[in-house]
Design a protein around this ligand. Structure first.
Ligand code: BES
Ligand code: ZN
Ligand code: ZN
Length: 468
């Protein structure tokens, strides 16, 4: 294919070994007070005049060339995901070495990761690229793993941040192909009308009104170990279809392929770290567009697995394209199937933009993910596959309703809908993510965002019984 995608653009690595680096003293408020007592009166006065108190994100240059970065108090730190990154991002370009130990409540690995993640800038359309400070590789960190995590996040952000005119179904396929190429994975694509002949009717119905043909991307990697199947919503733009979204809701809908962007980020980590498993990544890539041949409210579609679906809102398109992909996944044995999707506004209302809500068939899986969240600096929270709500997704004239009226439990009913396609034989987990940082925070620039994937990666050895 002609164009390729610069997968990891914007990723800022650790400074190369041997770089000339300046020292950073990272002090919390107490450690700063202790240190200050041993300094000259001149320096004490200097820092007092500058009103430096080692608050989170406060930085100051000492006359000897070292920098102090404030880490605040433990009670304030608990409110931030990354603390070191708050000050690190304010330093001038150059290489820096952390010269002291962090307080006990902070993880050296995650604070270093925060600095890597905070250096990312989306520069594709900027003529002038911003320069960022770089951290020297610290002792005692798993540098390869941190680097892999930061590269995966850059990939996910790049895919989401790229607007739909440059990240339609074609470009998403090319990006997936570039990743497959990078890792020697195999990729197959079912394109356009082949979706009909090969029985993916709902992917076709949702995507057929768009200029770029709908498709199903199918990537496989690895030949031993347990089977993990990832399914990501790849709606490259969601106008809502004939049930058109108002402008205020449509504005951000380039991010509706955030599930695909996240599963590709996770796939990158799995392949780069060479985890002993067999991986399959399925991405239905479509644009939910408006045209004379668009699917309509009231249409009844037959899904790949034979279930019929009454379309009560063309804006509930994500569950339709995922359903056919999940049905395909369920046709081969899988030890664990995980879907990720910007599926419902209800999920965002329930937990807000920072926390990734997920549904797990098995309580033990939910526990593993919850335990992995903090050490991976990736907060997740379980919601229930509440079976009694199955009634809500059963309409009058078909098996399933894609958009139940009533406005109750929208994230749950969407998850229950997907579960109908995941197959009874498989352990199934579904993430309903927001995939966007609306206001920048330390380590998290505004824009596309990975959610849940570091928690999944961290939990995978337990979830799949991998050798540790
Ligand atoms: N892509 C949207 C969901 C979405 C909107 C996620 C905003 C994150 C932020 C999805 O396709 C959609 O429009 N869902 C509808 C479903 C409803 C019509 C049943 C929703 O959530 O309103
Ligand atoms: Zn929609
Ligand atoms: Zn959508």
């Amino acid at each position: 294919m002609a164009v390729s995608f610069d997968l990891f653009a914007g990723f800022v690595d650790f400074a190369p070994a041997g770089s000339e680096a300046r020292d950073i003293l990272a002090f919390d408020a107490d450690a700063f007070d202790d240190w200050l007592r041993d300094q000259t009166i001149d320096l004490q006065n200097w820092l007092k005049l500058a009103d430096f108190k080692a608050g989170i994100g406060q930085v100051i240059l000492l006359p000897d060339g070292r920098w102090i970065l404030g880490l605040g108090r433990a009670i304030a730190r608990a409110r931030e995901r990354f603390v070191l990154a708050a000050g690190f991002g304010k330093l001038p370009t150059g290489a820096y070495r952390l010269a002291n130990e962090l307080p006990n409540d902070l993880s050296l690995d995650m604070e270093n990761l925060g600095c890597l993640l905070g250096g990312y800038r989306y520069g594709r359309y900027k003529n002038k690229q911003a320069q960022q400070p770089q951290l020297m590789l610290p002792q005692g960190c798993d540098a390869d793993r941190l680097k892999t995590m930061a590269m995966a996040e850059a990939l996910t952000r790049n895919l989401i941040n790229t607007p739909a005119n440059d990240m339609g179904p074609d470009a998403l396929e090319q990006a997936a192909a570039a990743l497959a190429d990078h890792h020697g994975a195999h990729m197959n694509v079912v394109l356009g009308d082949a979706l009909l002949t090969q029985n993916f009717p709902m992917i076709h119905a949702v995507g057929r009104a768009a200029e770029q043909a709908p498709r199903l991307i199918d990537m496989t990697w690895g030949n031993t170990g347990p089977q993990l199947t990832l399914v990501g919503k790849g709606v490259c733009f969601d106008t809502g279809g004939l049930d058109l979204k108002p402008a205020s809701a449509m504005g951000l809908m380039k991010k509706d392929m955030g599930g695909a962007a996240n599963v590709l980020g996770l796939a990158h980590m799995i392949m780069a770290l060479n985890l002993p498993l067999r991986l399959r990544v399925l991405i239905p890539a479509v644009e939910n567009a408006v045209a004379g041949n668009a699917f309509r409210p009231g249409d009844v579609l037959t899904a790949r697995n034979g279930l019929t679906v009454e379309i009560n809102n063309t804006d509930a398109e994500g569950r339709l394209v995922l359903a056919d992909a999940l049905a395909l996944a369920a046709e081969s044995p899988s030890d664990l199937t995980i879907s990720m999707a910007t599926l419902t506004g209800a999920a965002r209302v329930a937990v807000g933009p920072d926390l990734a809500p997920f549904f797990a068939q098995q309580v033990a899986d939910a526990d593993q993910l919850m335990q992995a969240a903090a050490p991976a600096a990736d907060p997740v929270w379980p919601l229930p596959f509440h079976t009694p709500y199955e009634k809500m997704i059963e309409p009058d004239i078909a098996d399933l309703d894609n958009a139940p009226a009533g406005g109750f439990a929208g994230a749950i009913t969407a998850a229950l809908f997907l579960r109908r396609f995941a197959g009874d034989q498989t352990r199934y987990i579904h993430f309903d993510i927001y995939a966007w940082t609306a206001s920048a925070a330390p380590g998290r620039p505004k824009g596309g965002a990975g959610q849940g994937v570091r928690a999944i990666l961290t939990a995978l050895p337990d979830l799949l019984d991998l050798p540790k």
